[in-house]
Design a protein around this ligand. Structure first.
Ligand SMILES: [Zn+2]
Length: 147
């Protein structure tokens, strides 16, 4: 699935907010990730690995035995359908293209994960903030653990 893509040259950050967001994109162990992992731990859903490099998309949390791969997606970077965060007005062409590519990549990654026989679970940053319990319930269901 090699595709040739024109590299996108990031513009200089137009504001402190954008700078923070750009940093957030690179960072592992982002706040929603830490929140979810800590919740999983406290709920007894242990034995996961993080940032697994040998699976498509490098899932954030992985339960190998149950073949469950969890992706924690920032609402801005992955275009959360609920939050509908507006594209920054400055350098909007760049941002639109960047976010569009992220969406395409996400779709391909989820398909690939399924094709390999794994169950992908995607959690949005806002879901983790709002309803941690619902997120945990989804993980339990995927791991076939009844509460
Ligand atoms: Zn959201």
């Amino acid at each position: 699935m090699r595709r040739t893509v024109t590299p996108l040259i990031p513009p200089a950050a137009s504001s402190a907010l954008v700078t923070a967001a750009m940093k957030g994109n690179r960072a592992q162990d982002t706040r929603p990730e830490l929140t979810l992992r800590s919740a999983l731990w406290h709920a007894g859903l242990r034995g996961f690995r993080k940032h697994v490099k040998d699976l498509p998309g490098h899932p954030d949390v992985v339960y190998r035995k149950r073949q469950t791969a969890i992706f924690i997606h920032g609402c801005f970077w992955h275009s959360c359908p609920k939050c509908k965060i507006r594209t920054p007005r400055t350098n909007s062409t760049y941002w639109r293209e960047k976010l569009r590519r992220n969406m395409i990549r996400d779709r391909i990654v989820l398909q690939e994960i399924r094709r390999l026989g794994w169950r992908p679970l995607r959690f949005w940053e806002c879901e983790i903030q709002r309803s941690r319990d619902a997120c945990l319930a989804r993980v339990r269901r995927s791991l076939n653990i009844s509460t």
